[in-house]
Design a protein around this ligand. Structure first.
Ligand SMILES: [Zn+2]
Ligand SMILES: [Zn+2]
Length: 92
């Protein structure tokens, strides 16, 4: 069962609510969180096997996978410290 996380930057106001992460019914693929260096977004994308994932928004390959655990991380928009928190709900 997958879960949701939320990204919030208090500095510039950039926010992504309810980003799905984890593995659902199909154990062969997993939704992973990433920060895209091209469109400066935090989002989640399907990762299947060894295939290099792309940004789900702009399809660029220049992305950095982020562990989907509560943590502080750099905001891709403004570079200041932002927060990743767990959100309510689950999916499968
Ligand atoms: Zn920011
Ligand atoms: Zn992108």
């Amino acid at each position: 069962m997958g879960s949701y996380v939320e990204f919030r930057c208090a500095n510039c106001g950039y926010q992504e609510a309810q980003l799905p992460v984890g593995t659902g019914r199909d154990a062969d693929k997993e939704l992973k969180l990433f920060a895209c260096n091209c469109c400066k977004s935090v989002h989640s994308t399907w990762v299947v096997g060894e295939n290099a994932p792309r940004c789900s928004l702009c399809y660029d390959r220049d992305i950095r996978i982020i562990e989907a655990a509560p943590q502080s991380l750099d905001c891709p928009k403004c570079g200041n410290t932002a927060a990743l928190v767990s959100a309510d709900g689950s999916w499968d």
